[in-house]
Design a protein around this ligand. Structure first.
Ligand code: GRF
Length: 201
C-alpha cells in the first residue's frame, strides 16, 4: 500500500477529504500518520476519529527550525512513508525533511501559482483584482510555494466576492484536486523533470 504522512496545522478539511476518499476506495493509499505542530489542531481530532496515528511536534520544543524538521523525519522514517502531504501546514519545510523526501512532498496552495504565493493567497487575489483564481498542488522545494506544479484548478472570482466566499469556492476544488494528485502519484503516473511535471494519461 502507498503510504502517506499528512502534516497539518489547523482545520484539516483537506486531510478529511483525503481520508474520506481513501475510505471510499477512491484513492489507492493509506494515511500512516497525521503530524501537527499545533496541539489544538482540528486535524488531530479528525485523525483520532478515523483511527489514524498522530504526533504533535511543536516548534517551540526545539532550538532551531532544522531540529524541528529533524524530529519530524525521525517520526516518519520507521513508517516507510512514500509521500508527505502538506495539508494546511503553516511552516516552511526545511533541509532535513526536504532531503529525506526529494520530490516526495506535496503542498496544496489556494491560488494559481506562481501568482499569490505565501500567506493570505485568497486576499492577495481579491486585492489584485484577478477574474479567476484557484488552487495548485505542487512538489515542495526550498522556496515558498515555488516547486514543480502537478495540478491546478480554476474558479471564477465574482465581483462581490469576500475572502470568505472566494476561499470557500477554492476549498471545494482543493478537496478534489489534492486526492487526485495523490492518486496519480500513487499510481506511478507522475514524473518530474526540472520544473516540469509529466503526467501519464
Ligand atoms: C487550505 O486553503 C490550503 O490550500 C492552505 O491552507 C488551507 C488549509 O485548510 N495551504 P484545511 O486545514 O485543509 O481545512
Amino acid at each position: 500500500m502507498f503510504k502517506l504522512a499528512v502534516l497539518a496545522s489547523g482545520r484539516g478539511s483537506n486531510f478529511q477529504s483525503i481520508v474520506e476518499k481513501i475510505e471510499a476506495g477512491q484513492v489507492p493509499a493509506a494515511v500512516e500518520i497525521l503530524v501537527s505542530d499545533q496541539p489544538g489542531a482540528r486535524a488531530l481530532d479528525l485523525a483520532n476519529a478515523h483511527g489514524i496515528d498522530t504526533a504533535v511536534v511543536k516548534r517551540e520544543d526545539f532550538p532551531t527550525n532544522k531540529a524541528h524538521n529533524e524530529a519530524i523525519v525521525e517520526i516518519l522514517k520507521p513508517r516507510n512513508i512514500d509521500l508527505v502531504i502538506l495539508a494546511g501546514y503553516m511552516r516552511i519545510v526545511k533541509a532535513p525533511l526536504l532531503e529525506a523526501y526529494p520530490h516526495r512532498i506535496v503542498n496544496i496552495h489556494p491560488a494559481l501559482l506562481p501568482a499569490f504565493p505565501g500567506l493570505d493567497a485568497q486576499k492577495q487575489a481579491l486585492d489584485y483584482g484577478v477574474r479567476v483564481s484557484g488552487c495548485t498542488v505542487h512538489f515542495v522545494d526550498a522556496g515558498v510555494d515555488t516547486g514543480p506544479i502537478i495540478l491546478q484548478a480554476v474558479v471564477p472570482v465574482e465581483q462581490d466576492d469576500s475572502v470568505e466566499t472566494l476561499s470557500a469556492r477554492i476549498l471545494k476544488e482543493e478537496h478534489k484536486l489534492l486526492p487526485r494528485a495523490i492518486t496519480l502519484i500513487a499510481q506511478g503516473k507522475v514524473a518530474v523533470q526540472g520544473r516540469k511535471v509529466w503526467i501519464q494519461s
